[in-house]
Structure formats: C-alpha cells, structure tokens
Design a protein around this ligand. Structure first.
Ligand SMILES: O=c1ccn([C@@H]2O[C@H](COP(=O)(O)O)[C@@H](O)[C@H]2O)c(=O)[nH]1
Length: 271
C-alpha cells in the first residue's frame, strides 16, 4: 500500500483508527475455547465487526508467540484472512524487531514475505545497518519506536545526548537520513502528546503510529491537535479498549460499537 492510498482510505472512511489484536486466551469469551483455533476465531469476529471503522490492524506478536506453534499459526491465519478479505487495511506486525543487518533481513522476510504484513515495528537502537534492511521492501514500512507510551520511556528516550538534543529527537533526525526513509513511520505514545509539536518539527511528513489511547489514558483530541499533518499522518491504535469492550457473547458487537465511537470522533477531527 502506498501512503497516498493510506491517506485516501483515511479520508474516504473518516477514520485513522488502528485496531490492536492483543488476543489473550484468558480474556476471550469461554465459548470460543471450543474452536479448533480460538485465537483466530476471536480475531476474525473482531475484524469483521470493526473493519468499517478502521484503516489498520496491529497484531501484537507477543500475544501469538506466547502460544508457540499454535500462536504462530493463528497469526498467519489472521494475516491471510485480512489480506484476502480486507486488502485495503494496513497490517502492522507489532514485533519490535531489529538486529545486525543479516538478521534484520531475516526478520523482514519473516514479516513482509512469509507472514505478509505491510509494516513492522522496529527498535532503532542498533542503528542504521539494523534498520535499513527493513526499508528495502517496496510498499512496506518500518515503524520505529521513537517516544513510547510507557512510563519507562523517560529512562532513556528523553535524555539529552551529550547535553544537546534528546535521544528520541536524535532518533527521528538521524533515521530521516537513512536510505528509503520515505518507508519509515514512527511510534509515539498518545500519553506523550505534549511532545508532538517538537516531533512534527523534525518529521513533518511522516506517519505516526500512536498507541496509548483508551486503556493507557492518552487523549485522542490532544494527539490530533499536535500531531496531525497535511496528509493526516496519524494511525491511532486502541487494543484492549476495543477488543475487550465485552468479554461476553456480545464481544464482537461491543468491539464494533467502540470502534464506531472512535471513528465518529476521528471523523470530526478530519472535517
Ligand atoms: O509505545 C508503545 C508501543 C507499543 N504499544 C503497544 O500498543 C498496544 C496498546 O494496547 P492498549 O490495550 O490500547 O493499551 C499494545 O499492543 C502495546 O504493546 C504501546 O502500548 N506503546
């Protein structure tokens, strides 16, 4: 998917919502546990209920990896189901990878070819040779952790380097020099909305993946006020707030309602 196509999707559907698939067997309705692949059964129901209200899905691979081979199979089924039935939705594998170059290439093949996602979250701290292998794939995106939503983000990410620029800003500035930097997006936590003005000075054009609304308390309004750019430039993720809106038999319907509520709020921001 090109960024123009992504923007067109956002504008035509009036939403820049990304639904997070953090599927936990301890939280899904009990009746699904009888299914041959309960994780996929849950994801399929959530996807079918929320697809009209979002432009992206973010399976967090930890929630699949935790179940071993069965989890990987559920991840693959989920991605195949999305590609076959909802090809206009961006699929972001939230796996937070990044290693020496030849290993990064293997991660890229795993998530862009073997399990064909459109984007992959990457930890940038091993530097250029660990990130550029992910940028060699046309139509695919590396989503670098810039300023994360968790409290521990302040341990390192906001520290000034050698008394100068803060580390997260250095990450943004330096990675914009990488080859195929137009294939970069960045993670910025909704809980860090007050940093978005500075972030936009360094990456005015980039798409930002924003987790942290809903369960983590970030404000959709503030993120839009400080983070939106000419092409919208935002994908706002909500996981638990949508997929566990109900843990009963009406889970998919309630997930759809939560997604529709967020879509309506986002639509107002776009007009
Ligand atoms: O800075 C980050 C980076 C990633 N995440 C992930 O996003 C979702 C958020 O889930 P909620 O239930 O909506 O809080 C989850 O998969 C995190 O691992 C993040 O929260 N912050």
């Amino acid at each position: 998917m090109t960024l123009d196509q992504l923007e067109n999707q956002i504008r035509s559907k009036g939403t820049f919502l990304c639904v997070g698939l953090d599927t936990d067997l301890e939280k899904i309705p009990g009746h699904l546990l009888q299914q041959p692949d309960p994780i996929f059964a849950f994801n399929k129901a959530i996807i079918d209920a929320t697809a009209p209200y979002c432009v992206a899905y973010k399976p967090n691979t930890a929630f699949f990896e935790a179940y071993g081979v069965k989890g990987w199979e559920a991840l693959e089924r989920t991605v195949v189901y999305l590609n076959q039935n909802y090809p206009d939705h961006l699929i972001i594998a939230d796996a937070k990878r990044g290693d020496i170059g030849n290993t990064s290439t293997r991660y890229a093949k795993a998530f862009f070819e073997e399990i064909p996602c459109d984007a992959l979250t990457i930890a940038p701290y091993m530097g250029r040779d660990s990130v550029e292998p992910f940028l060699e794939f046309e139509g695919k995106y590396a989503v670098l952790l810039a300023l994360t939503s968790n409290p521990g983000a302040f341990d390192f990410q906001t520290l000034p380097i050698a008394g100068q620029q803060q580390l997260y800003l250095e990450v943004l500035e330096k990675t914009q020099q990488y080859k195929n930097a137009d294939r970069l997006m960045y993670v910025v936590g909704a809980t860090k909305a007050e940093f978005l003005t500075d972030i936009r000075k360094v990456v005015p054009e980039a798409f930002l993946l924003i987790p942290g609304v809903g369960a983590q308390g970030g404000s959709l309004e503030e993120v839009c006020r400080y983070g939106m750019n000419k092409r919208v430039g935002l994908l706002i993720n909500s996981s638990r707030g949508i997929i566990y809106a109900s843990q009963g038999a009406d889970f998919a319907q309630r997930a759809g309602q939560e997604a529709a509520t967020l879509q309506a709020q986002m639509n107002k921001m776009l007009n």
